[in-house]
Design a protein around this ligand. Structure first.
Ligand code: SF4
Length: 370
């Protein structure tokens, strides 16, 4: 296996690892919108034969980067502590994405120990889709709200950087501003990722509905424009920040989806490699980390394909591009129209305001969930 990439050293990179394929909540109190097939039925697989430490070692050889552990509830243990430790020892930063509900005490205390020993290098991204148990409970279970909130508070107190994932749907789109105020001002959340609900898996079964795009656009713009500096910083990764900067003449546009570029990899529990966790789709499946290296994945046809698709999804407007993963999730019928709705809204908005952006520049459009 060839460990050397013919890419230049990356400036930043993102390695997302899902070291286990189960979620402790799935069989008892599953999230009402869960769409992770392996959680909803499959038995956990033995993943001992993936050498995760070697994967991190390979990634660290490329240069700077960030490692994300993206496991389901209750699937973070001492093995994952050792992976965080190895990442930090290599001088890289790391984070976990979690629901913040079902975490072993030992894992949590080790997380705080590592945070204390590596200030500014460790973070958590917590799923929190509402500022009250009722709103949160529309996608998850209301009884878990207090635990998720107290985990966020504790993580902040222990010096971790804290982001939240907020899945936008028809019932919570109207309270985005209240949520952002709650998360930033009351919990000290530093970054908020807004993700649009996909009507698949449990969301489809439960009849959960996506938010109206215009309503979503208006709600987020209002929150951003009326927000203070701290709130704008938390929303910096959202389209509202880009639109606002464009109005002020300081936005330089975006090169679009970086999948297949920038040292991005997603490795599943069994070692299967994809360019991004939003692209767990057969045509993007590269191979297995047990039989190939990350450098070989870089040079694969599938990464090349991801780069081509991403390029084809940049639009005439340098401010907006589309996520290939989101496009796929709509299926064949009318998927382009649906996936481009927000793009159209943003383009029209800028046109009506007479804002022209001519320049494309690089951006940090890593998977919005991290
Ligand atoms: S989430 Fe979508 S837009 Fe972002 S890197 Fe992955 S595939 Fe590209």
């Amino acid at each position: 296996m060839n460990r050397k990439s013919n890419k230049q050293k990356m400036e930043t990179g993102l390695l997302v690892l899902e070291t286990k394929n189960y979620c402790a909540l799935a069989s008892t109190t599953p999230c009402k919108h869960c769409s992770v097939e392996s959680y909803l039925g499959a038995k956990p697989t033995n993943t001992c034969d993936v050498d995760w430490l070697d994967v991190i070692e390979q990634f660290s050889e490329f240069g700077n980067g960030h490692v994300v552990l993206k496991n389901g509830a209750g699937a973070l243990g001492l093995n994952e502590v050792s992976l965080l430790e190895a990442t930090l020892e290599k001088g890289l930063s790391a984070s976990i994405t979690t629901e913040g509900v079902c975490m072993a005490d030992k894992f949590e205390s080790e997380l705080y120990r590592l945070s204390g020993e590596n200030p500014g290098k460790l973070g958590v991204t917590v799923s929190l889709d509402g500022e009250t148990p009722e709103i949160y409970g529309q996608l998850r279970q209301p009884i878990h709200f207090d635990r998720a909130v107290s985990f966020i508070k504790e993580a902040k107190a222990k010096g971790l950087s804290v982001a939240t994932n907020y899945v936008v749907h028809v019932e919570n789109v109207g309270s985005i501003q209240e949520y952002v105020n709650f998360a930033v001002k009351e919990l000290g959340v530093e970054k908020i990722n807004l993700l649009e609900l996909n009507s698949t898996g449990n969301a489809k079964t439960n009849g959960l509905k996506e938010a109206d795009s215009q309503q979503y656009f208006d709600a987020l713009m209002k929150t951003y424009v009326q927000g203070d500096e701290q709130i704008r910083l938390a929303l910096d990764g959202t389209f509202a920040a880009e639109v606002y900067k464009a109005e002020k003449g300081v936005s330089e546009g975006c090169n679009g989806c970086p999948a297949g570029n920038k040292g991005m990899y997603f490795v599943q529990h069994d070692g299967e490699i994809f360019p991004c966790s939003s692209l767990e789709i057969p045509q993007y499946h590269v191979g297995n980390i047990k039989r190939m290296t990350l450098a070989e994945a870089d040079n694969s046809m599938e990464f090349e394909y991801a780069r081509k698709v991403a390029q084809s999804l940049t639009t005439e407007n340098p401010l907006v591009s589309m996520c290939p993963g989101r496009l796929e999730s709509f299926g064949d019928q009318g998927r382009m129209e649906q996936a481009t709705e927000m793009t159209k809204i943003i383009t029209n908005y800028l046109k009506e305001k007479g804002i022209e952006i001519t320049k494309r520049n690089s951006c940090n459009c890593y998977s919005p969930a991290f």
